[in-house]
Design a protein around this ligand. Structure first.
Ligand code: SF4
Ligand code: SF4
Length: 143
């Protein structure tokens, strides 16, 4: 990867490896969400997709994720303009908006653990979905 590529290149100039590295591994995008039909506002819950490995904060079946979870959104360059549904901390959203990556981002810290140490990942609070939950009961205030 090119040195500090996220500062010098736009999203459409990134290599596939650089694109993947923008993800901080927080798994916030794997939380279930509710959308206000009138305003389009997205509200996050503490319930995570059943395919998530919560300890690793990574998908347990990434290559087949759309077969098992049809509404799993692929974060591609073509969809960058829609990234405002992602959490404000998301590396793709920050890069798309020309904002700097935070110090806990693995590209800055040099460690995949820093996103957990900073309390940004969902590992410490999320629960895997069972399908029985009423998502209204699990809305988060701060995402
Ligand atoms: S919210 Fe963004 S940075 Fe976090 S896991 Fe999802 S894609 Fe990666
Ligand atoms: S299928 Fe995998 S990548 Fe998609 S939301 Fe679920 S855990 Fe996340």
């Amino acid at each position: 990867m090119r040195e500090r590529f996220w500062e010098y290149f736009s999203l459409n100039e990134l290599t596939p490896k650089e694109w993947e590295a923008l993800c901080d591994g927080c798994a916030r995008c794997c939380l279930q969400k509710l959308e206000d039909e009138d305003s389009g506002a997205v509200y996050y819950t503490s319930i995570a997709c059943h395919l998530l490995n919560l300890e690793q904060c990574s998908c347990s079946d990434y290559p087949n994720r759309n077969r098992n979870v049809p509404n799993c959104v692929h974060l591609t360059l073509e969809r960058a303009a829609e990234f405002d549904w992602l959490p404000a901390t998301c590396g793709y959203r920050l890069a798309y908006n020309g904002e700097p990556l935070p110090g806990w981002h693995p590209l800055i810290s040099g460690s995949r653990e820093s996103v957990h140490d900073a309390g940004v990942s969902i590992r410490s609070f999320a629960m895997l979905e069972s399908g029985e939950e009423d998502l209204q009961d699990y809305l988060l205030d701060d995402l």
